[in-house]
Design a protein around this ligand. Structure first.
Ligand code: AMP
Ligand code: GLY
Length: 425
């Protein structure tokens, strides 16, 4: 089977690494990929927002399956195009259509979905551009801290949390006027602040059955002790010690099953990943957000724990046979520490030469995020550069190995947080 994986981050390198081990794989293509995926697969220089170009490459390379990594092509309707253009009748696509991707692409859609299906989440109101005064009146009834969210995709920056009512009102006005987030802010969600600890659960579903993937916690802020601006994620650990069996059970019954059933009840076909961003409040799970794809860097700690053949799992999803599939997960801990460019998540330089250890320890994995090749060198090509993942019997030893690996990598301006996972020890 020939597979095309869409994306270019650490998530895609981890997925490519796992897919490349499958006995069902003939050839793996990644578009556009990075220096890490180039070592395992053929990178295709391809603008994935050009749906016709993707379609042509599927024909050209005899692709049987497309796996979509990031959210943007899903929200943009790439899957609908590939399935509806009539050119690929046998193609299996892992990733939801545009409608299902609205769970991530529109916070108002996600909140309405949760309300409809009684899925626990923060109380909220959602408002569009013509409803500024209603939005302000609703905001005035809330208690601080105030949580204001742009409806659409905003690369993790569309959520403002503030103790200051005047600032929250200004955020609402700026978003609804289109001044701050463009079309992503044409609608806003104002919601109750949830005081708890965040963690994430992941599932694959074919719209009927689902399988849980390993849970994870990521570290979003740039600075030590969870300070400073949000990033895409500075590290992750799986499993999460405070997500005990009782919490998992509640999350499965109150959130995951109702979500899969809710999609079916709403007639939303869904063949792909579900990412549940959760808040644990006094032992109970609430949904903070849905994503319609895997997380990054969560994938870099989830994938090493999957013992089953991932391509075989995807084939079962494509055939609607997920319920018959048995997924095996390694019980050990996997951690990852992200190495980023100085200046990230603000501005940073690219093109710095990277040196990596020639040989990795057993159970240590270096997943590439923003890397490319230039004149025979591996160079930095983004904010997040490399995810240093490692498996061990417990979080302490996994993190030790991740940090040992992180120390062996060098590039000008290398930065990482030194406290990933420390709160879990
Ligand atoms: P989102 O993009 O909806 O996941 O929000 C980004 C981040 O903002 C989350 O990861 C949380 O840390 C925080 N957040 C969002 N909504 C809430 C809420 N209702 N209460 C507390 N924190 C929140
Ligand atoms: N690490 C958070 C995300 O992928 O959304």
């Amino acid at each position: 089977m020939n597979v095309l994986l869409i994306g270019s981050g650490g998530r895609e390198h981890a997925l490519a690494w796992k897919l490349a081990q499958s006995s069902f794989l003939t050839q793996l293509f990644v578009a556009p990929g990075n220096a890490g995926t180039a070592a395992l697969a053929s990178n295709l220089k391809l603008d994935v927002s050009n749906h016709d170009a993707v379609s042509r490459n599927i024909k050209k390379h005899g692709i049987n399956m497309v796996v979509v990594g990031p959210e943007a092509p899903l929200v943009d309707g790439l899957v609908d195009h590939l399935l509806d253009c009539g050119k690929h009748p046998e193609l299996v696509v892992i990733g939801p259509r545009r409608e299902g991707a609205q769970l991530e692409g529109s916070k108002a859609f996600a909140k309405e979905f949760m309300r409809r299906h009684n899925i626990p989440t923060a109380r909220y109101g959602s408002f569009q551009g013509t409803e500024v005064e209603d939005a302000i009146a609703f905001l005035n009834t809330m208690e601080p801290p105030y949580v204001v969210k742009a409806d659409g995709l905003a690369a993790g920056k569309g959520v403002i949390i503030t103790e200051d009512l005047n600032e929250a009102q200004k955020v609402v006005r700026d978003m609804l006027s289109g001044a701050s987030f463009g079309s992503a802010g044409e609608r806003v969600v104002i919601e109750e602040f949830m005081d708890g600890i965040e963690c994430s659960m992941f599932a694959v579903t074919d719209g009927k059955a689902y399988h849980l993937l390993p849970s994870a916690k990521d570290y979003k802020r740039i600075g030590e002790g969870d300070t400073g601006p949000n990033t895409g994620g500075m590290g992750a650990v799986s499993p999460v010690p405070f997500m005990d069996a009782e919490f998992h059970e509640k999350a499965i019954n109150q959130i995951i099953i109702p979500t899969v059933k809710g999609l079916a009840a709403d007639d939303i076909a869904y063949n792909g990943f579900l990412f549940f961003g959760l808040m644990k409040v006094g032992g109970d799970p609430y949904v903070v957000e849905y994503n319609c794809r895997l997380g990054d860097p969560e994938t870099e700690v989830i994938v090493p724990r999957i013992q089953s053949d991932l391509l075989h799992l995807f084939e079962n999803m494509g055939a609607g046979l997920l319920s018959e599939y048995h997924l095996q997960i390694d019980p050990r801990t996997c951690s990852t520490v992200m190495l980023v460019s100085e200046g990230y998540p603000g501005t940073y330089k690219k093109g710095k030469v990277i040196s990596v250890p020639e040989r990795l320890d057993k159970d240590a994995f270096l997943f590439h995020s923003g890397t490319s090749r230039s004149r025979g060198n591996m160079v930095t090509n983004g904010g997040r550069i490399l995810a240093c993942s490692a498996m061990a019997a417990n979080p302490e030893n996994a993190l030790k190995k991740s940090y040992a690996l992180a120390n062996e990598v060098t590039f000008d301006g290398k930065y990482s947080r030194s406290d990933i996972g420390r709160d879990l020890l």
